[in-house]
Design a protein around this ligand. Structure first.
Ligand code: ADP
Ligand code: MG
Length: 226
């Protein structure tokens, strides 16, 4: 059975700037299936990050419905959207976004704290081990290379066992070889757990690792078959 963990129904998104209207999505409908990896490509400014913000409830559509794991985002207030996001979603960003004043382990445990879950130090160390960085748990982020920081950010995105992982150009700050290693690692980790990954990238090479490739174009999400 396939389960549609993310449903976008007739989404429109318009930004208003001064007197101008700027349409990003127009009547977009798309579903993402649990366990699948989708890559999102598209030119800069086309709406890739906006799409992730709509899925995560950071932003709301101008019209239409966003349903995440059965929850209608548009019917939740901001505080409940935040709760849902913290529970169901893991984020990986281009700039890693680790907190510089916290150690690697403290950074990783943060999503558990925000959810008021028990500290799972053993699981954190085990995941760190899987990304080859178990010996760095007490280091501060600025002691680590970009590739190492992104591996930590991946562990942080997974520690609270979200169903969905959203990655916004996660390899944009890394050289090609490191980028490939990171994405393969991410694929392995999420494949084990049947997670749904949405990967924004401008690299077609990286996008090829996904089950499906979509392009944001003409205010729509076009399935890129080929
Ligand atoms: P991408 O990630 O594909 O580069 P974005 O989703 O960040 O593109 O942005 C899409 C378009 O929406 C851009 O033209 C951007 O300037 C505009 N935009 C994004 N966020 C806002 C906002 N909060 N207010 C007004 N315009 C925005
Ligand atoms: Mg972006």
């Amino acid at each position: 059975m396939t389960s549609e963990i993310i449903q976008l129904k007739n989404i429109s998104k318009v930004y208003h700037e001064g007197g101008d209207q700027h349409a990003i999505f127009n009547q977009l409908s798309v579903n993402f299936i649990q366990g699948q990896t989708s890559a999102i490509i598209g030119r800069s400014g086309s709406g890739k990050s906006t799409l992730l913000n709509l899925i995560s409830g950071i932003d709301l559509p101008t019209s239409g419905e966003v349903i995440v794991n059965g929850n209608r985002m548009t019917r939740l207030d901001e505080s409940n959207r935040t709760k849902l996001r913290r529970k169901e979603i893991g984020f990986i960003f281009q700039a890693f976004n680790l907190i510089p004043t916290l150690t690697v382990l403290e950074n990783i445990l943060l999503p558990l704290e925000l959810n008021h879950y028990d500290k799972k130090t053993d699981e954190a160390i085990e995941l760190l081990n899987q990304v080859g960085l178990a010996n760095r748990y007490n280091s501060f982020p600025d002691r680590l290379s970009g590739g190492e920081q992104q591996r930590i950010a991946i562990v942080r995105a997974l520690i609270h066992e979200p169903k969905i992982v959203l990655a916004d150009e996660p390899t944009g700050n890394l050289d090609t070889k490191t980028a490939e290693t990171i994405l393969q690692l991410l694929e392995e980790l999420i494949c084990d757990k049947n997670l749904t990954l949405i990967l924004v990238t401008h690299s077609m090479e990286m996008a090829q690792l996904a089950d499906l490739i979509y392009e944001v174009r003409d205010n729509q999400l076009m399935l890129n078959s080929g």
